[in-house]
Design a protein around this ligand. Structure first.
Ligand code: SF4
Length: 386
């Protein structure tokens, strides 16, 4: 089990204040609302703000802007990010990893800008608060590139070649040319992203543990060569519910089986109606096995406790058909996602707010990145006084 398990279920959108339900929040952030808010920079001079932010452990995580986020992303990484943000003990830095998108998609960059903004809107709509969390774009902080370059000088090639996910990803993305320096070196860029902010922890799933281990190795090597600059980041294991796509495979954009966060109305209904169910239940009179049915997994996240208690016996005794079960699920998802869709509408209508949030996050991130690079250049003796 991971160190951070905030999953509350069965009704996801009630416990969005997950941190406060699972563990009392010891410090209260300054009261602000996301919409029509004061920016973090405007608040930075205020002592309540400083007290709140300086006493917390720093967390860092990012996502590649490769297209719309789906419910698997929402209930996986994103809900955990929100829980960490709301917990109160953590100073969360979340970034859109647009340079990382180039490591596998360098030839098709037309959508990166739009995807970056769309991803930020999805984050804000889901409940990331730009005052509690620092939200920024990787390529706006040029120090990431400089630290990546400096680290790449000290990393043995064998460390990258033996990276277990390197071969796996090459096989998974077989249609793409991944024989580039950028793709082999992406764990170094990832390490630069993390240690730049002297992160205490990185929220990850089990499959990403080797990456964090490599980052820890890189930080240790730097410290050994040039002195103790970087804390060694901890992996913060996250347990997430296993949500499958509508065809029963892992939910993924490349399988074209995703329910996107922005799906609503008829699009949502059609996707839910097309979901695979218990394969043994061919006819309505066949008894079903809800514990093996992806539709029921979604009910556990979106439906009320009453519905979640009602469905298993009704399914096992064939008192409810899959069509009715899915109809109820589509309604529950639509209800649960309504606040997210409303916030999404707001940000789509006010792109200037999104821009201001990004600019503010960039300023906050750059302040730390500049200070770290100053230390790094000093430690490596490559700062020249002219
Ligand atoms: S009734 Fe619902 S839980 Fe049971 S098999 Fe059909 S869709 Fe799945």
């Amino acid at each position: 089990m991971g160190a951070f398990v905030y999953w509350q279920g069965p009704y996801f959108f009630q416990p969005v204040a997950i941190g406060s339900a699972a563990a009392p929040v010891p410090l209260t952030p300054p009261a602000v609302s996301v919409i029509g808010r004061q920016t973090g920079t405007e608040m930075a001079g205020k002592s309540a703000y400083r007290r709140y932010y300086l006493t917390r452990k720093r967390i860092l995580s990012g996502m590649r802007p490769t297209g719309k986020l789906h419910l698997g992303n929402l209930h996986g990484a994103l809900s955990n990010w929100i829980a960490l943000q709301n917990h109160g003990d953590y100073d969360c830095f979340y970034f859109v990893a647009d340079w990382h998108a180039l490591t596998s998609d360098y030839a098709t960059t037309d959508d990166i800008r739009a995807n970056t903004i769309d991803m930020m809107i999805d984050w804000l709509s889901a409940g990331l608060d730009p005052v509690k969390s620092t939200l920024f774009i990787q390529s706006n902080i040029r120090e990431h590139a400089e630290l990546f370059l400096l680290l790449s000088m000290i990393i043995p090639l064998a460390w990258l070649e033996r990276n277990p996910t390197y071969k796996e990803m090459k096989e998974e993305l077989a249609g793409k040319d991944l024989s580039t320096f950028g793709f082999l070196g992406y764990p170094v860029l990832q390490a630069a992203d993390i240690i730049m902010y002297k992160a205490y922890g990185v929220p990850v799933g089990v499959d990403q543990l080797p990456h964090v281990e490599l980052t820890r190795e890189i930080a240790r090597r730097f410290n050994f060569l040039y002195g103790e600059i970087f804390p060694i980041p901890e992996p913060l294991l996250t347990e997430v519910p296993k949500l499958l796509g509508i065809d029963g495979r892992k939910m993924s954009k490349s399988y074209d089986n995703s329910i996107f966060m922005s799906d609503r109305g008829d699009v949502l209904k059609k996707k839910v109606a097309a979901m695979f169910t218990d394969p043994q239940r061919q006819r309505k009179r066949d008894p079903g096995r809800p514990e093996l049915c992806n539709v029921f997994t979604f009910h556990q996240l979106y439906s009320t406790g009453e519905t979640v208690a009602e469905i298993p016996p009704a399914c096992r005794s064939a008192a409810i058909g899959c069509i009715e079960c899915k109809r109820r699920l589509a309604e529950a998802i639509a209800d649960g996602m309504r606040p997210i869709h409303e916030r999404r509408e707001h940000y789509l209508r006010h792109p200037e707010e999104v821009r201001a949030i990004i600019e503010d996050g960039n300023v906050r991130a750059a302040r730390i990145a500049e200070a770290t690079l100053f230390e790094v250049r000093e430690a490596m003796k490559i700062c020249h006084e002219l």
